[in-house]
Design a protein around this ligand. Sequence first.
Ligand code: DGY
Length: 425
Amino acid sequence: MTMTPAELRDRAFEVLRENDRGTYTVPTKGLYPFQWNWDSCLTALGQRHFDEARAWTEIETLFQHQWPDGMVPHIVFHAHSDGYFPGPDVWNTGRPIPTSGITQPPVAGFAVRRLFDQAKDKALAAERAGRLVARIDAWHRWFYEARDPHGEGLVALLHPWESGRDNSIDWDEAFERVPTEGVQPYTRRDTQHADPAHRPTKAQYDRYIWLVERFRGLGWDNGKLHDASPFQVVDPGFNAILLRSAADLAALADALGETAIAAANRARAEKGIAAMERLWSDAHGQYLCLDRTTGTLVQSPSIGGILPVFAAVPKARAHEIARSIERQGERTKYIVASHDPTDPRFEPKRYWRGPVWLVMNYMISDGLRAIGETGVANHIVRSSLELITQSGFAEYYDPLTGEPCGGGRFTWTAAMVVEFLSAQH
Ligand code: DGY
């Protein structure tokens, strides 16, 4: 099927509109019936191309549910739905409008700066961004207080769902230390909406829920969760998103005259970029996760270690990552796979153990373009648009065949397509 860029863009707008619930957007109907944190921030980038005011609202709605300690939760349960597990009763976080009790990749600082810098309505942008700056800053501060208690400059994830890369091979080893005994009986809902062979396994789900029950037992007190968690992993991709957002928030705060916020975020970004060196692997030509409970690097070359090109890591590192992506492109039809396809653990159709995700492609190509790796960046964009034309707006894709996997009519996939097309024209 061939489509002109204008037709493709109209189709993407259709997906964004059909998943719009007024003040927030669901990632896709059925599988994900609420508001997800990083989905929303990236969705706003697509929405701005037809309605800037609506795009600002998407992010503002999310921040209305920020916790008093600064955390921004990964799910906001705005409306009742039986179709999702674990729902509000399992989380039991005690929030007025129920939310989950963990967080997600902090792309808000990046997204808000981009909305602001490229806004057509400058007055609206100054007003709406002005209301968000202090809130995003509070979230960043929370990360370093709650997830970097020894001041290393890198934050740990306490649950794989926080990474957004739920079942990545990165977590397998650390998950061995998470028990499954005592988990309350439950019924999964995700496997009723998507092919179970594309989703996390039962053993992984038991551990996801064990962690939720452990944290719930501690009253979701972020002063206690880090040290009490058997799962503490420093993900280079997650940290890179935080560092990019900190640098972007600093620039935005400068533009709005918020000098203290600008200085604090610039300092976080500088310290974090220096600390990232600890995660570099010469053998893999990319970054790796650090297991904080054992103090060792996790030998798992996933896209989490490619994503740091999105932040201001040393240029030599980013250029080497570009070469790693090129090598991967000789083995898979579409890039960027979420796990190194030469690793025997690679699974091309299983969620974050191999498939291509457009949000990753967007952030990686953005970072590579900024350092002049135009060839690789263009290759990633071409791959992304070919996938859409071949397979529609899926949740993710098999890098070997381009087959659509997971949920369909996916919001953030559509938003990224709009972004790719707008950058080309
Ligand atoms: C899910 O339910 O699969 C989500 O990714 C958790 O946020």
